[in-house]
Ligand binder design. Structure first.
Ligand code: PBG
Length: 322
């Protein structure tokens, strides 16, 4: 026998030598929820260990994230009041914009401050855009709001904006709006291939979502693989600096396709339902929690993601440092 692949697995020392994929804190991004009405951090029942932050606790969380060497934090705002146009998203005193300013003041340039650029947390109907008179999500009217939202977030201090609403043309509109306002350095992390997924379930609790119905007229059909490349290439043409696939684990084929098709960095978002499934199974004693978390994250990196958004970012970074 000539080929004995087991030779390279015989000790941890040799396994370490030939390991192809690694997790490093600098490539992990922590999503953070900041709630306007919170007077203390509020646990999210379907995401054990994750909270809706107050402005103060968010500041403490980003200091910790910076100390651990994370790549960044992705901020989501949970406003107290919503309306049909999501006006809280444009208001400099709206919760997301003040949270951006708070955390930027805390970390400066030591950690990337990223913000979700989408209307769903701010609209009373819960859709990612405004509705027309027949109740359909109005693409182009929404783009005009996204342009202003990008400027509001950049003015508040975001290093990176993450348009996540899956409106056609959103990356180009956001890029132009940023440049017109003197924010040429602000990075666009485009949610390029975002699927209409059941795995966002716990997130809806995390942001007190008011959505009735679904997002299938704008988010992608889970059955489609080629369409993800079409969406991604359009975003790169429109000026995306980084493209993202979301969710991650049920879409690793898409992550691999996208990695092969573009030259820009690729991110993947390990979403709330992916987190909840592992936490729930581990709580039952059915899987080894730490190993499952590590394996899930490795699989996303192995598929081709350079950057991973994960609710376990802090825990994993601590373990890597130990
Ligand atoms: C939209 C947005 C969503 C998530 C991130 N950005 C929800 C959705 O599209 O319905 C989901 C993240 C998660 O499930 O962890 N603003």
């Amino acid at each position: 026998m000539i080929d004995r692949p087991r030779r390279l697995r015989s000790t941890e020392a040799v396994r370490r030598l030939v390991r192809e994929t690694h997790l490093v804190p600098s490539q992990l991004v922590l999503p953070l929820f900041v709630a306007e009405a919170a007077t203390e951090p509020r646990p999210i029942a379907s995401m054990p260990g994750v909270v809706q932050h107050t402005r103060d606790s968010a500041r403490r969380a980003v200091v910790e994230a910076a100390e651990l060497g994370l790549g960044g934090v992705m901020l989501f705002g949970v406003p107290q009041h919503k309306d049909a146009h999501g006006s809280g998203a444009l208001d400099p005193t709206g919760i997301l914009n003040v949270a951006i300013a708070d955390v930027r003041a805390e970390v400066g340039d030591a950690l990337l401050v990223m913000s979700d650029l989408c209307l769903d947390e701010f609209t009373d109907h819960g859709h990612c855009g405004v509705l027309d008179d027949r109740g359909r999500v109005d693409n182009d009217a929404t783009l005009r709001i996204y342009a202003q939202m990008a400027q509001a977030q950049a003015r508040a201090g975001a290093h990176v904006v993450g348009p996540s609403g899956m409106m056609d043309g959103q990356v180009e509109v956001v890029r132009r709006a940023l440049d017109d306002d003197g924010h040429e350095d602000v990075v666009v992390l485009a949610y390029a291939a975002k699927y209409a997924s059941a795995f966002y379930g716990p997130f809806r609790e995390a942001v007190d979502s008011s959505l009735q119905g679904d997002r299938r007229t704008y988010q992608q059909d889970p059955a489609n693989r080629r369409e993800a490349l079409r969406e991604t290439l359009l975003d790169v043409e429109q000026g995306a600096d980084i493209v993202m696939v979301k969710p991650a684990m049920s879409y690793l084929d898409v992550v691999a396709d996208v990695r092969a098709a573009v030259d820009v960095p690729v991110a993947a978002y390990q979403v709330s339902g992916e987190y909840a499934m592992i936490e729930a199974a581990a709580a039952q004693g059915w899987i080894d929690r730490e190993r499952a978390v590590h394996e899930a994250l490795l699989s996303i990196r192995r598929a081709g993601a350079d950057i991973v958004l994960t609710y376990w970012a802090v825990e994993v970074a601590r373990r890597l440092a130990a």
